[in-house]
Design a protein around this ligand. Structure first.
Ligand code: 5GP
Ligand code: ZN
Length: 114
């Protein structure tokens, strides 16, 4: 999508601190990190939100979650703990409408979330 911020980061049109990329996913550091490790795991294909997933995307979503676990391990947080979050639409605070999985780690994360 031409006016999508994350599509532009994926295409290299605007810079992103990329920590992983493969054929289907790109992961980059959040510009406004909420924890010592705050990475966004993003499919290359533009999908607006969780509401727009189809059954054919089950493998893609699985790979996003498995990538989060791999990145958490790579950064030494697999045993300490980490949080994975999809925000969907207004009341959950979604601001970028290209689906992304937040990976947060490196500090105690309160529950319930705000
Ligand atoms: P959401 O609120 O939609 O769940 O998450 C969007 C995230 O994208 C926010 O945590 C925000 O800090 C991050 N973000 C917004 N603009 C940029 C940007 O230009 N680059 C990067 N790396 N992250 C961004
Ligand atoms: Zn997009």
């Amino acid at each position: 999508m031409s006016d999508c911020l994350f599509c532009k980061i994926i295409a290299g049109q605007i810079p992103g601190a990329i920590v992983h990329q493969d054929d289907t996913l790109v992961a980059f550091t959040d510009i406004n990190p909420q924890a010592p490790l705050h990475v966004l795991i993003v499919p290359r294909r533009h999908i607006a939100s969780l509401n727009d997933l189809a059954s054919e995307d089950d493998g893609l979503v699985g790979s996003m979650l498995r990538r989060a676990a791999a990145l958490a391990k790579e950064h030494g947080y697999d045993q300490r703990g980490y949080r994975t979050v999809f925000n969907t639409n207004r009341e959950a605070g979604q601001t970028v409408f290209h689906i992304h999985l937040h990976l947060l780690a490196g500090r105690p994360l309160a529950w319930p979330p705000g």
